[in-house]
Design a protein around this ligand. Structure first.
Ligand SMILES: C[S@@+](CC[C@H](N)C(=O)[O-])C[C@H]1O[C@@H](n2cnc3c(N)ncnc32)[C@H](O)[C@@H]1O
Ligand code: SF4
Length: 490
């Protein structure tokens, strides 16, 4: 099957975009403005959390777990990126961090012994920033504790790895250590956009790195792409996607650009420094990708994920969204967020504080919250909707009550607005619901959580420097008082 031409993809996408009535959705608070549209990976979000006794986390560890390792180092500061990172760390800093990771891991040895590791994810920052020797150190200390031989092991790469003389050695080390899924941040193949984003690489490096990974036998490679970028036209978006498809890429993570007020790109948007796609154009970009990928035999996985029919999409993402309450996400490192023993929590997000606490012999848990049964049901629904949907019978079995009884009003609102559908006992998002998934999630936030967010938000003295403000991405935290939030989201 050939890829749709630009005019075919555009015509299809414009046609589909008419199905989404933005005015109606806005009037019902079911569409978030572009600058507030963010899909948060935790519920509750950081601003609803408080102090948490780290010992609580190890009380009910499930038999299978997922691991997350945060590697917070990068060569440059990309304008859109709010992830915890340090640019060009000073000499010895990475080794100090690795020693802290080792110490942090050692504290849960007894509690995690014998657990099956379903997935491990190395994210950042830029994990491929580590030298070959540092990678060997990292995987050496992990293999003393965990058996990754049957796990999905994902590792994030930046295209600038292609410039390193020992790029092939580093990839060999990763393959020997059990990495079997690589995620490469590409974002765009448009040189002007890459420069505006301060990505620190050219298109050539993407091509070289993909070639090297192929030559080294890497089978499972996902590329991160974004739409809604500064100066990105519909044509440029089409060309980037087609350029990567021509390179034989079989998996894509297609993200809409999401804004956090403390990132440079949010200032660029607010000050009109560059052209950004509006809400309607972003929807057209979404449908262009959908049309091109489905025509070529790709299927839509969890929310932003696409993979060729023959390939399973990421187990890590499916487990995060579909395993309901029976998985434990165990984070290691600065700003790692986890979910264990029914607690959603964050590690220290400031690198110096993380290092200080670990070196002093303390667990680096920063904030967390134990989920009530009500919030657990809410979390389950909002997460499952991002992936395989909510099987109504499973909900009733797990929670002893029907979903209609708990969330009748929310379901009615979403159904009337065309954001969800129920078919064969499965509740799922429609295309309009997927595009507005940030707003759908917000509708399921409990009053209790919204109030805690508002309270913690009101105590922030300086929003430019406050760590909570910097690391909480949730749109729920972007509105002042509780009363305002109730109006905005109810
Ligand atoms: C930790 S970064 C990727 C790894 C590597 N550091 C790199 O930049 O190539 C994870 C991915 O999240 C996505 N991402 C980061 N910030 C985003 C934002 N503001 N909106 C949407 N996606 C974003 C990007 O596609 C990025 O590749
Ligand atoms: S996008 Fe990647 S390379 Fe850029 S600052 Fe963020 S983590 Fe670092």
């Amino acid at each position: 099957m050939r890829a749709p031409t630009y005019s075919e993809a555009l015509e299809f996408a414009i046609d589909r975009s008419y199905d989404i009535n933005l005015d109606m959705l806005r009037s019902r608070n079911l569409h978030l403005d572009t600058h507030n549209d963010y899909l948060v990976g935790t519920y509750p979000p950081l601003k609803a959390m408080g102090d948490l006794n780290a010992e609580k986390l190890l009380l009910q560890v499930s038999s299978s777990i997922d691991l997350y390792f945060h590697i917070p180092f990068c060569d440059q500061y990309c304008t859109f990126c709010h992830f915890a990172k340090e640019i060009n760390p000073s000499s010895g800093r990475v080794e100090r961090y690795l020693a802290a990771l080792d110490k942090e891991m050692s504290w849960s040895d007894a509690a995690l012994a014998g657990r099956v590791v379903e997935t491990a994810f190395f994210g950042g920052g830029t994990p491929s920033f580590l030298t070959n020797r540092q990678l060997e150190t990292l995987f050496g200390m992990i293999s003393r504790r965990f058996d990754l031989s049957k796990s999905e092991v994902s590792f994030e790469l930046h295209p600038s790895l292609a410039k390193q003389v020992d790029a092939a050695d580093r990839i060999s080390t990763l393959l020997r250590a059990g990495v079997n899924r690589f995620v490469l941040g590409v974002q765009s193949l448009d040189p002007t956009i890459l420069r505006i984003l301060n990505r620190g690489h050219h298109v050539d490096e993407v091509v070289q790195l993909v070639k090297l990974l192929n030559e080294m036998g890497v089978q499972n490679l996902s590329l991160d792409l974004m739409y809604g970028l500064p100066q990105q036209t519909l044509r440029s978006w089409y060309d980037s996607l087609i350029g990567l498809l021509d390179m034989g890429i079989e998996k894509f993570n297609v993200f809409p650009l999401m804004f956090k007020s403390t990132d440079p790109v949010a200032r660029h948007l607010a000050r009109g420094r560059y052209q950004f796609a509006g809400a309607k154009e972003r929807i057209i970009m979404h449908f262009m990708a959908e049309h091109i990928l489905t025509k070529l035999g790709y299927r839509h996985g969890p929310i932003f994920y696409w993979s060729k029919q023959s390939q399973p999409h990421s187990i890590q993402q499916s487990r995060k969204y579909d395993s309901w309450n029976d998985n434990n996400l165990v984070p290691f490192g600065v700003a790692g967020f986890g979910y264990m023993s029914q607690c959603q929590f964050y590690n220290e997000a400031d690198l110096d504080r993380y290092l200080y606490r670990v070196e002093e012999g303390e667990k680096p848990v920063w904030k967390g919250v134990v989920l009530s049964q009500d919030d657990l049901m809410r979390r389950t629904v909002m997460f499952a909707l991002r992936s395989s949907g909510v099987l109504l019978s499973r909900f009733e079995r797990e929670f002893g009550v029907s979903i209609e009884k708990c969330f009748g009003r929310e379901l009615e609102l979403l159904n009337e607005a065309g954001l969800i559908c129920i078919s064969n006992g499965l509740l799922s998002l429609t295309a309009a619901g997927t595009i507005n998934s940030g707003a759908v999630s917000l509708l399921f936030f409990s009053n209790n959580i919204l109030e805690r967010i508002a309270y913690n938000d009101s105590r922030i003295i300086d929003k430019r420097t406050d760590l909570l403000e910097k690391h909480d991405y949730s749109p729920a935290a972007r509105y002042g008082s509780s009363a305002e939030m109730q109006v905005a989201f109810r």
